[in-house]
Structure formats: structure tokens, C-alpha cells
Design a protein around this ligand. Structure first.
Ligand code: SAH
Ligand code: SF4
Length: 360
């Protein structure tokens, strides 16, 4: 399928889809309502092929299939954690593997999706970073993870997916060509509210500014992990290209754009970024851009012998921040038994494949 040059219906924004499909039917002398039918099948019916579009005449289903593809990823592996977290490994048309995670909580079902196969950023605490960069995902491959996960959730008696976070593999703001349309498609096509979609970035400044300029209120999570440039630079190579002062200015612009909430992600690594003296500077940064702080225990990876900060230390951070008026939450690690942290399932699977085992 790699040399398949049919345009992918899943990569079109709703406006593009309408005009391409309208044009297709017009050239075939078909009535205008055929486009409405296809639109419904894509966004509501989650059709994977025109053959499922049962209210189209057979010859129109075939013609649609000749003109367009619907490139939804296939399931390479699914794992359900003891705590209900569900991890999918998806196989894309060229065999590339990416993952997504469904995280059920009492009131929500959050889907964490990937935006790239691998990641070029090389953060030293991240399994995906160590694995290197393979390729960009298309908008359709990003949206395809949502469609396939929604179908799985329906079939397995979960509620609807309420929230989407771009926190799987890859740096979304290094793939803006696909991520911008994917946001539009999820929001306008599939009806996921902008405030329920969070883009997580390690600090790609031009991308943050572009997101600030969008009219929708998508949320931003900034993977901060350290409140000063020196320490941050030792964890995140991008800090050298977009140092903290520049980053904070971009965050201020995002915040000033109005109604857009920023979250700081702070992964707590024992003896690396959890000194109590860091609480003050972290609180100052959070105050400047009115950020909510998520403290996340580090999830050990095969490439480093680091461990998570102790619960006592994490609580001391949380208490210190809230005493300074910062809104803070300690995020529990979900799905630890299935390696549901960023980039880990794919890493393990590639090791298994190298050893000769094939995932189902
Ligand atoms: N590239 C984007 C989004 C994907 S990473 C970003 O960095 O924000 C999603 C989140 O997982 C980020 O906050 C990242 O810092 C965090 N993360 C990566 N490796 C981790 C690990 N081993 N333990 C805990 N969090 C980790
Ligand atoms: Fe890439 Fe995010 Fe991992 Fe850094 S933390 S290597 S940006 S996926």
C-alpha cells in the first residue's frame, strides 16, 4: 500500500473532504446528498471502507474506493492493564508501529495519541527519545488512532472518549503540518470539544505561537521538568535551541490569547530534578503564566538507571507549590504493568521482534 496514491479521506479536514467528495460525485453525475452520506459514514459511522456505506449504490461504493482510501491503522497488539488502562499498538500502512493509550477514570475516558513514529528530540528520560525518529504521521494516521480506539471502546463497553491528549510518541509541534489539520478534524469532524483536547510539547516555540493564534481553545501542556535552563538543558536538548526565557514569553502569549489553560508537566526523577530548592523557582514560573502543575513520578526506562522520586518527596513538592498558591496535582502512574508510559510498548515490541517473536 506504500505506493497507493489515492488521497486519504481521513487526512482531509471536513471542508476539504466535502469539496473533494462533492467534486467526485459531480463528475459522476450524482446528486449532492451523496456527499452528506459519505460525510456521515466517515464522522459518525466510522466507516473503514466505502463497502460499509450501505446507502450508496454498489457502483458508487466501488467508484469511491477507486478514488479515495481510508487509511485507518490496524491493531498490531492490545494490552489491558489491571487498572483498566488499555494500550494499543497500531500498524500503519507501511508497517511502521505507533501506540495509543486509553485511560479510564471515574468521570472520563482519556485517549493518549501519537503524532510521530519515534521522536527526534532525544530527551534523556524518555524511551521514545532514545529510540530516535522514524517518520512523521499523517493527519489521517493521527485521527485514525482516535477512530480505531473509539470503536474498541464501544465494543468493550466503555463510554465515549471524552478527552484526547497528544502525549503518546513524538513531538506534536514538530509535525505541525499534520497536527494542525488533525486538531481541526477531531474538533469539527468528530465533535471533540477543543477544551477537551490537549497538545503536549517539550517547548517548540513557533508551534506554541501558532497554537495561540488558533481561534479554538485547545489546551497546551508544556513538559517543563526543570525550572532553570541549566538543569533543563541536561534533560532536554531542545532547551539549547529554545531556552526557558524565550519559552516563557511564548507561554505568556498563549495565556494572553485568552481562555486557554496551560499545564506544566513535571516528571520527578530521584536525585535529578527533585531538590527542594527547585520548588520556589518552579512556583514563580507557574505563577507567571498561571499554569497548573502536574507532578508525575518518573517511569523507569531501560536506557537509564534513574528511579522515581519517593512519594514523600513528591508530596513535599506538591505541598510547597500549593503553599505558594500554585494549583498542583500528583498524577498517578497508570498501566505500569503493561508499560503504558510514553514510547515503552513499542520499544519492548521492537525488542521482541528482533528476538523473533511476532506481535499478534
Ligand atoms: N513530545 C511531547 C509529547 C509526548 S511525551 C512532550 O514531550 O511533551 C508525553 C509526556 O510523557 C511528556 O510530558 C514527557 O515528558 C513524559 N515522559 C516521557 N518519558 C517519561 C518517563 N520515563 N516517565 C514519566 N514521564 C515521561
Ligand atoms: Fe520526544 Fe516528548 Fe519523549 Fe522528549 S519527552 S523525546 S519530546 S516524546
Amino acid at each position: 500500500m506504500i505506493d497507493d496514491d489515492r488521497p486519504d479521506l481521513l487526512s482531509f479536514t471536513p471542508t476539504e473532504l466535502r469539496s473533494a467528495v462533492e467534486e467526485h460525485f459531480r463528475s459522476r453525475g450524482q446528486p449532492g446528498y451523496r456527499t452528506d452520506q459519505v460525510e456521515r459514514w466517515i464522522y459518525e459511522g466510522l466507516a473503514r471502507s466505502p463497502s460499509e456505506m450501505t446507502d450508496l449504490p454498489a457502483e458508487e461504493r466501488e467508484a469511491l474506493d477507486r478514488a479515495f482510501r481510508i487509511a485507518e491503522p490496524e491493531t498490531a497488539m492490545v494490552q489491558v492493564s489491571e487498572d483498566g488502562t488499555v494500550k494499543h499498538l497500531w500498524r500503519l500502512a507501511d508497517g511502521e508501529l505507533v501506540e495509543s493509550v486509553l485511560i479510564p477514570t471515574q468521570r472520563r475516558l482519556t485517549l493518549c495519541i501519537s503524532s510521530q513514529a519515534g521522536c527526534a528530540m532525544g530527551c534523556t528520560f524518555c524511551a521514545t527519545g532514545w529510540g530516535g525518529f522514524d517518520r512523521q504521521l499523517t493527519a489521517g494516521e493521527i485521527v485514525g488512532q482516535y477512530r480505531a480506539s473509539r470503536r474498541w471502546a464501544d465494543e468493550n463497553d466503555h463510554g465515549p472518549i471524552s478527552n484526547i491528549v497528544y502525549m503518546g510518541m513524538g513531538e506534536p509541534l514538530s509535525n505541525r503540518k499534520a497536527v494542525h489539520p488533525s486538531l481541526t478534524i477531531l474538533n469539527q469532524g468528530y465533535g471533540v470539544g477543543a477544551r477537551r483536547i490537549t497538545v503536549s510539547t517539550v517547548g517548540v516555540v513557533p508551534g506554541i505561537i501558532e497554537l495561540a493564534e488558533r481561534p479554538e481553545q485547545f489546551r497546551l501542556a508544556l513538559s517543563l521538568h526543570a525550572p532553570d535552563s541549566e538543569l533543563r538543558g541536561s534533560l532536554i536538548p531542545l532547551e539549547k535551541r529554545h531556552p526557558l526565557p524565550e519559552l516563557v514569553e511564548a507561554l505568556e502569549r498563549f495565556e494572553e490569547a485568552g481562555g486557554k489553560r496551560i499545564t506544566f508537566e513535571y516528571t520527578m526523577i530521584d536525585g535529578v530534578n527533585d531538590a527542594l530548592e527547585l520548588i520556589g523557582p518552579l512556583a514563580q514560573l507557574a505563577e507567571r503564566v498561571d499554569a497548573f502543575v502536574n507532578l508525575i513520578p518518573f517511569n523507569p526506562i531501560p536506557y537509564q538507571d534513574w528511579g522515581p522520586s519517593s512519594p514523600v518527596r513528591i508530596n513535599a513538592f506538591a505541598d510547597g507549590l500549593s503553599a505558594r498558591g500554585v494549583a498542583v496535582a500528583v498524577r498517578e502512574t497508570r498501566g505500569r504493568d503493561i508499560d503504558a508510559a510514553c514510547g515503552q510498548l513499542r520499544g519492548h515490541t521492537l525488542v521482541q521482534i528482533e528476538k523473533g517473536a511476532t506481535p499478534t
